[in-house]
Design a protein around this ligand. Structure first.
Ligand code: OXD
Ligand code: MN
Length: 597
């Protein structure tokens, strides 16, 4: 059997790359698929796979008049989010994975997962999916190959990455590619593992069909393996959107911003400025991941390694994100939203009346007024970035864009003010390191609990978090023109639990202040925590219907809240033990001294 699979893998292969052929043959011998299909990324292939996915019930075609080229997928209800407790970093030493990751010894992990993968593709097709993370031919671009038995994964990968022949051509005969193996298995949460082997540039994912667990280019390669490679090679792989903001004078400033999952990165990256900002323009380079490395001119350059968006659907509407609504109007895969009687999709927070009747995300009849959600809170769209009306002309530039500001933003109902600027790079790294955020539906587990989420990378850092923070500090030496660092919080609530700051397009006001600070145009006010907008020459609040007290509440710094915040930060730093960077410990001491002083 094994030799038949090996022969089949080689015979039909559109490549002579010996390392790739040998690896595919080895994986095929283990998983024993009935067929091996090498994906070329063509339109014909897309049509074939889509037809087959419709036939086998994986995809439901939507109304071609209202949603041309769009399909609905319903996942197994036990498989709707990332599974952080089943995600492992497999390094020879446990300390290399660090205290914030689950760890398995590599040989033990390979053995355990081999038992699951053994024969798991019998009766199924193994798709060989070559893909590029980053613009084709770019120096920062990385090649991966994902072997999967899911046509849904292939169809998503062709949106999210540059997939097929072009990626294979870029790889040529090189052995420098990520080896990704995925099987949906029997979608049993007791037999579900997402394992990363950074030393082998390998990912094995078993038992899930959810994007964040199985589109291996995204969280697994672009962040977990990427962050590991970034440390080895002197760059940063970050959970950040990248946007360009252009003033009426035509000056463009590029900004990267880290927010935890489901905290509005996609909305921010596609924001439409309010009417007071006529002539200003926001353009999207990326909505989730940034790979950043020093450029020849001493600035930090960022690329978006992805080619599509895997965004949270609920709450998306023409008020919160008109550009996302346009983006998902065609050629989009929807996962776990509700279906309307006329073949369109619906979700909580969509514009217009709530329909009287729907089919919910689990395929069950749903009536208006039901206490159950019609769409899953973590329902998603997968859409090509080329659909985005405000896609930056630089999104496909292999050089990337020079970053002038980095923003760290958590979801905090209290404590963290609307915006502040770090005193310097080290203080900025401290602000990123001490980010906390209330958990969301993007990962399984309790929602709304504050957890430390350094740089929004807690679930995505592929090595010891202490070493990761040290790597950030060390990068200062290789970036002569450092970006300025900022912290924001759109999510502060009043005593009735209502968001104080209106957010969405109005975040442009904060962005303008950041741009002005970067360009050295406005003075600022020093506080215990950092520099904040001055009352006189600060945020532009013209046309914003918000009482003065609300602005004060959103921007306030309450010392009692900061005393408990510091305790929670201490628990996090203690976890890092001796790997907690000394420079950050000093920042902490300085902050305590300022608060006590
Ligand atoms: C995502 C996530 O899907 O962060 O981007 O979970
Ligand atoms: Mn994300």
């Amino acid at each position: 059997m094994a030799s038949t699979q090996a022969a089949a893998a080689t015979e039909q292969a559109p490549t002579k790359n010996p390392t790739l052929l040998a690896w595919v043959a080895k994986m095929a011998a283990m998983t024993q698929p009935d067929r091996i299909v090498w994906c070329d990324g063509s339109e014909a292939e897309k049509a074939r796979l889509t037809e087959q996915a419709v036939k086998d019930g994986t995809l439901i075609p939507l109304n071609p008049k209202t949603r041309p080229g769009c399909y609905l997928h319903r996942s197994n209800p036990n498989d709707v989010a990332r599974v952080e407790h089943l995600t492992f970093i497999c390094t020879p030493n446990k300390t290399d994975a660090g205290p914030t990751n689950n760890w398995m010894e590599p040989e033990a992990a390979y053995t355990k997962l081999s038992q699951l993968f053994e024969g798991c593709m019998k009766g199924r097709t193994m798709y060989v999916v070559p893909y590029a993370m980053g613009p084709l031919g770019g120096a920062s671009t990385k090649i991966g190959v994902e072997l999967t038995d899911s046509d849904y994964v292939v169809l998503n990968m062709r949106i999210m990455t540059r997939m097929g022949k072009a990626a294979l051509d870029m790889l040529g005969d090189s052995d420098d590619f990520n080896r990704g193996l995925h099987s949906t298995g029997d979608v049993n949460p007791d037999r579900r593992y997402i394992c990363h082997f950074p030393q082998d540039n390998t990912i094995w994912s078993f038992g899930s069909g959810y994007g964040g667990n199985v589109l291996l280019g995204k969280k697994c390669l672009a962040l977990r393996i990427g962050s590991y490679l970034g440390r080895e090679e002197g760059w940063l792989a970050e959970h950040m959107l990248i946007l360009g903001v252009t003033s009426p004078k035509g000056e463009t400033t590029y900004i990267a911003a880290a927010f935890p999952s489901a905290c509005g990165k996609t909305n921010f990256a596609m924001m439409i400025p309010p009417k007071e900002y006529a002539g200003w323009k926001i353009e999207t380079v990326g909505d989730d991941i940034a790979w950043m490395r020093p450029g020849p001119d001493g600035r930090l350059y960022a690329i978006n390694p992805e080619a599509g968006y895997f965004g949270v659907v609920p709450g998306t509407n023409y008020k919160t994100n008109p550009n996302a609504m346009e983006t998902i109007s065609k050629d989009t895969l929807f996962t776990n939203v509700a279906l309307t009687p006329d073949g369109d999709v619906w979700w909580e927070g969509k514009d217009g009346e709530v329909p009287e009747e729907l089919i919910d995300w689990q395929g069950k009849p749903w009536k208006k007024g039901s206490t159950e959600k019609a769409a899953h809170p973590n329902s998603r769209f997968t859409a090509p970035m080329s659909n985005n009306p405000v896609l930056s002309g630089k999104a496909n530039d292999p050089q990337g864009v020079p970053i002038s500001a980095i923003i760290f933003g958590g979801r905090r109902s209290n404590t963290v003010p609307l915006v502040l600027q770090a005193f310097n790079w080290t203080h900025g790294v401290f602000l990123g390191a001490t980010m906390g955020s209330e958990t969301t539906a993007a990962a399984t587990g309790k929602v709304g609990v504050v957890r430390r989420d350094p740089m929004a990378m807690l679930p995505f850092c592929g090595y010891h978090m202490g070493d990761y923070l040290q790597h950030w500090l060390d990068m200062q030496k290789s970036i002569p023109q450092l970006p300025k660092i900022f912290q924001v919080n759109w999510f502060r609530q009043d005593k009735n639990g209502k968001f104080i700051w209106p957010g969405f397009g109005e975040n442009m006001r904060v962005l303008e202040w950041i741009v002005n600070r970067v360009q050295g145009r406005v003075p600022t006010q020093e506080t215990l925590l950092g520099w904040v907008p001055r009352q006189d020459q600060g945020l532009n609040l013209k046309g914003l219907d918000l009482p003065e007290e609300a602005i004060q509440e959103a921007t306030s710094i309450k010392e009692d809240e900061w005393k408990s915040e510091l305790k929670s930060q201490e628990v996090f730093f203690e976890q890092l033990g001796t790997k907690a960077p000394e420079a950050l410990m000093l920042q902490r001491k300085l902050l305590i001294a300022r608060l006590d002083g």
